[in-house]
Structures are given as C-alpha cells and as structure tokens.
Design a protein around this ligand. Structure first.
Ligand code: EPS
Length: 366
C-alpha cells in the first residue's frame, strides 16, 4: 500500500488502522501564519464521530486531536503539521470470526488477495475510521480558504434510500443526526432508520457539498482539472460509488439550451456546470453530489467463502453503521476543502502574475 498521500502542494498523508493504538496524519505544505482555531477543528471532528445517535455505530471514541508539530503559539509555521488521535474504544473480539471470512460487498476480500495479509480488526486500514484524519486536515484547509478568500463550505444529506431531501434550510443540517437540510423531514428519517436497524439491513445515501466564494481560475487542464480532482477525492472515501459535479448525470437528458449557464454582466443565470468549466472554477458555487453504497457489515446471514475458498454462511457482529452516508457530510466537505486548498496553492504557484482581466462577472444566481 503505497498511496496514502493526497494532494500535490497541500499534501496530506494519513496513517493508522481502526483497532491500532492511534490514527494520524501529516499535512505538508500548509502556508505559514494561519491562526488555527482549535474549536473549529474539534467541532468538525465531532460532527463525524460515531456513537452520537442511535442511528450510527455505537463505538464511543473520544476523538481528541493532538497537534504534535507545525503549529507554534496557535499559528502554523510552514513545517509539517502532525495530528494524532488515539483509538480508545476498539472491541476487536467482535471480529474473531471475520478473521477467516469475507463479508460480501466489503474490502476484506480484495485486501486479502492484494496483500496476502489483513488486519481484520474493525476493517483495519479499510475502515471509515480513517476518514477522521481527512476531516481534521480538511478543517485546516477550510480555515485557510475562509480567511484568505471567504470560501464557505457546507454540506447536507440529499438522499437516504428512497427519501430525497430538498435543501429547504441548509443551515439547520447540523442540528439533527442525519445532516438533513429540512427540519420537517427529520421525524420521517428517524422512523425509517429505526425500522431499518430492526431489520438488520443497511441502505445507501447521497451527500451534497458546496463551496461559495471560490476564486475564479482553480483547476489545471487537462489532467489536474478541478472536477477531475474532486471526482478522485470523493471516490477515495470509503463506500463511495458515484460522484456528480453540477447537473451530473441529469446532463444526459438535458438540451444544450437548458444546460448552458447563460451569462450577463451581472452574473451567470444558472449553475448546471457546478462551478467548473473546462476543469477550471468559474467563481460560481462549486457543487458536488456523492453516492454512498449500503454498508456490508450485516447481521442478516448470507452466502460467502472463507480464506480457503470454502462455502460459509457469514454474519457480522458488533457495532456497525446501517447507513454510512448519515455521518459522511463532514467527510465530503473535508475532501472538497482539501481539493480547493491544493488547487489554490497550485494556481498561485503558476499564475500569481496573471492580472485580473476586465469583464469578470460576479457570482450569479447560484
Ligand atoms: C467501521 C466499523 C465500525 C465503526 C467504524 C467504521 O468499527 P468498530 O466495529 O470497530 O466499531 O465504528 O467507524 C469508526 C470507528 C469511525 O470513527 O468512523 C467500518 O467497518 O468501516
């Protein structure tokens, strides 16, 4: 496993396993002089945590982040920032049977055949636990982007199973366990999840994240496009099976007259592009939608095989998420922040001397 680093100039390397002593990351390339707000860092880590409601895994991690380097008197120094979180509530005995078995739909099988060895405890490196460090690094990127450019990143649960959630009031998404952007739908989600949990099954979900006040010009044609980087970043999150930017797959049925975002001196008239044209940010809201598959650790028995290829019936015990998408909003936001942060530094490295040209239109309706 040799690709644990994300980004070209804002480089984040994560390490650790779900049931090891700790998880951590090293962020190399963070500009010096950024005053870090520890409360904001802790808040984002807390938003992603397990065990905050009955609808997620009941593993209770303190998720206390230790800043080991790269910050002096609360300000980044430009040297590598090293963050560490101890694992304090791993229960490895839940995994004793899984040690020799494969859960259909899980990375168990591919890790085993790729490496010939696997830390089966809590899924090891393939666990969603790893996303904690993405959120930590993303919180630092968010702070820089907000301070320098006024970029604001927010996300919400857009769909869970058959329930499509319109963003009636995005600012309330943090006030409920689902990141639901419509308070009037929360009770319906509670009973949906209660029934699902009782049934022992799991379900998929979709999360939307958007960034406002993104500077024009981020993204590098042709292999470092902003949307290309976003797709890769989102697909690297556990359980993600699809990514859309702007109109995404709805573009298939659109006509050009509908899809094109008409321009006037006062703004773009729509945002089917999702804030990206030719792989470069337009200055409009960058919007991404991410599809999460249903989780595969289920207590409903099913057919599988063991490490010797013998047929078995597999049942997963322990504390699992019936829908990993429920707490994925902070993770999607973090990956959006990391991509924008990296592209900001890359843009400045090459194009700092390019003047702002006349005729730049302000952000439009969206
Ligand atoms: C996970 C399985 C569960 C979750 C875990 C992700 O692990 P365990 O069986 O050890 O409780 O709790 O999520 C986290 C620990 C976390 O911090 O997100 C999995 O299989 O991905």
């Amino acid at each position: 496993m040799s690709d644990n680093t994300f980004g070209k100039l804002f480089r984040v390397t994560t390490w650790g396993e779900s049931h090891g002593p700790a998880i951590g990351c090293v962020i190399d390339g963070c500009p010096p002089g950024l005053k870090l707000d520890p409360a904001m860092l802790a808040n984002d880590i807390d938003r992603r945590k397990t065990g905050k409601s009955r609808h997620t895994s009941q593993r209770k991690e303190a998720d206390q982040v230790q800043v080991l380097s790269g910050v002096f008197e609360g300000v980044t120094t430009g040297t590598p920032i090293s963050l560490l979180i101890e694992n304090t509530d791993a229960r490895s005995r839940d995994y004793s049977e899984i040690a020799r078995q494969f859960r259909p739909g899980h990375a168990d099988y591919t890790y085993w055949h790729k490496y010939g060895i696997r830390d089966y405890r809590g899924g090891g490196r393939s666990s969603a636990r790893e996303t904690t460090m993405r959120v930590a690094a993303g919180a630092i990127a968010k702070q820089y982007l907000a301070e320098k450019y006024g970029v604001e990143i927010r996300g919400y649960l857009q769909q869970i199973g058959p329930h499509v959630l319109a963003p009636k009031s995005i600012e309330t998404a943090n006030d409920n366990p689902f990141f639901c952007p419509d308070p009037s739908r929360v009770a319906e989600l509670e009973s949906f999840m209660d029934q699902l949990r009782k049934s022992g099954d799991s379900v998929g979900a979709a999360v939307v994240a958007e960034a406002t006040s993104v500077p024009v010009g981020l993204g590098e044609p042709v292999y470092g496009k902003l949307d290309g980087d976003l797709a890769a970043a989102m697909m690297s999150i556990n359980a993600v099976k699809g990514v859309e930017v702007g109109a995404g797959f709805d573009s298939v049925v659109q006509h050009g007259t509908e899809h094109r975002d008409e321009m006037t001196p006062s703004g773009f008239q729509s945002n089917h592009a999702g804030g990206v044209l030719g792989g470069i940010s337009t200055g409009q809201t960058v919007r991404v939608r991410v599809a999460f598959k249903p989780t595969s650790s289920l207590r409903i028995p099913c057919e599988s095989i063991d490490v010797d290829g013998k047929p078995i019936e597999v049942v997963t015990k322990g504390r699992h998420d019936p829908c990993v998408g429920i707490r994925a909003t902070p993770i999607v936001e973090a990956m959006l922040a990391l991509v924008l942060m990296d592209q900001v530094l890359r843009h400045r490295a090459q194009n700092l001397d390019v003047p702002e040209l006349p005729g730049r239109i302000p952000a439009g309706l969206e």
